[in-house]
Write a protein that binds this ligand. Structure first.
Ligand code: NAI
Ligand code: MG
Length: 336
């Protein structure tokens, strides 16, 4: 089985390259037979050739690879992030990775946040009118189809039930954004009725953010439309102790294909210094291994990343004095 590695830009390259030795070590030690190829999709190639997601990339991934591990995209030389949208949104929609699972590992346990990953305010439906060199009217439409909401909600509920969760909260803003809000409520209630093991709750996104910060252990599973989920996951990262810790999986439940990436971006402010935290990327690798059915390898990696995070090898964002590579060396030493 082959894994596609897309380091991307900035610290994406650093955290991914630091994590690859752990992949090789785990594959060898557990006899997983995993190999990988590094794909150079990102700002450098965009600037050199104008290529974001190369032609045939989606077919290539589908045919040749079991999963993708991605670092981050974003480069100050491309201020409008055109390459990042083409690559990231291209992968999400092209591979139909509509379930985005962002576990929030908190002191009391994990809150399973699920973000719809393909529609809503990210549908790229909209436009702008310009006059005399400035934008005078601009629109980004929030578009949801019933099919998308249904399959998303259904799959998340099944996941939560399989994980032994008892409670699930829908985040919405049906009072002020009524059309898509009501669609989500309608679908959520209908799908919930089919999963009696789960108790449902519904909360306005603003009130939810307030409660999450004050009292996160009130939540077990959370379902959110695309934009709300994006924002909530950064709040969740802050609750976890920083963006360097938060990982995510984007999955197409029908094909089983999945892409794993840290929640953080390319962090130009610290890129090139060797101090970016690879914790989230290593946790992404653990999620990837678990997704491919290698639970033992995933658990060992997870436990050792957690443990290394409490040592001096931790990077400065966690209060340590470690480096990107040094942290992963410490993880490898703990695993060995
Ligand atoms: P960011 O996540 O890159 O950085 C925010 C802050 O967190 C910075 O101060 C950074 O130094 C710190 N930080 C992030 N990850 C860290 C890590 N692993 N270790 C230590 N510190 C870390 O978000 P920002 O600055 O808003 O965006 C930078 C670029 O990344 C932009 O071009 C943005 O569009 C892009 N971006 C890409 C994402 C992706 O590829 N999925 C997600 C978010 C942003
Ligand atoms: Mg984000």
């Amino acid at each position: 089985m082959r894994i596609a590695i897309v380091p991307g830009d900035g610290i994406g390259k650093e955290v991914v390259s630091a994590t690859l030795p752990a992949l090789t070590w785990l594959s060898d030690t557990f006899g997983l037979g995993l190999t990988y190829d590094v794909l150079d999709w990102g700002a450098d190639r965009w600037l050199a050739e104008g290529t974001g997601l190369p032609d045939g990339a989606i077919d290539l991934l589908r045919k040749e690879y079991a999963a993708v591990l991605l670092g981050a995209l974003g480069d100050p030389r491309i201020p409008d992030m055109a390459h990042g949208r083409e690559i990231l949104l291209g992968l999400r929609t092209g591979l139909d990775l509509y379930v985005n699972h962002r576990p929030l590992d908190l002191a009391h346990g994990t809150v399973d946040l699920y973000r719809e990953n393909t529609q809503g305010l990210y549908s790229q439906v909209g436009g702008a009118v310009s006059g005399q060199g400035r934008i005078t009217v601009a629109m980004d439409e929030c578009v949801y189809t019933r099919d998308t909401v249904e399959r998303f909600v259904r799959n998340c509920l099944l996941h939560l039930r399989a994980a032994g969760r008892r409670k699930v909260t829908l985040v919405h803003k049906a009072n002020a954004v009524p059309h898509t809000g009501r669609l989500w409520q309608e679908v959520f209630r209908a799908e919930l009725a089919r999963v009696p093991e789960l108790t449902g709750a519904e909360e306005y996104v603003d009130a939810f953010c307030y409660h999450l910060v004050r009292d996160a252990f009130a939540y077990e599973g959370v379902l959110a439309p695309n934009m709300f989920g994006d924002i909530i996951s950064d709040i969740g990262a802050a609750l976890m102790g920083g963006l360097g810790l938060a990982c995510s999986a984007s999955v197409c439940p029908e094909t089983g294909f999945a892409l794993f990436e840290p929640v953080h971006g390319s962090a130009p402010d610290i890129a090139g210094q060797g101090i970016a935290n690879p914790y989230a990327t290593a946790m992404c690798l653990a999620m990837l291994l678990g997704h491919l059915g290698h639970a033992d390898a995933a658990t060992l990696l997870r436990d050792c990343v957690l443990e290394a995070g409490h040592t001096d090898a931790a990077t400065p964002d966690l209060g340590g004095t470690g480096t990107t590579d040094g942290f992963m060396s410490a993880v490898l030493a703990l695993m060995d």
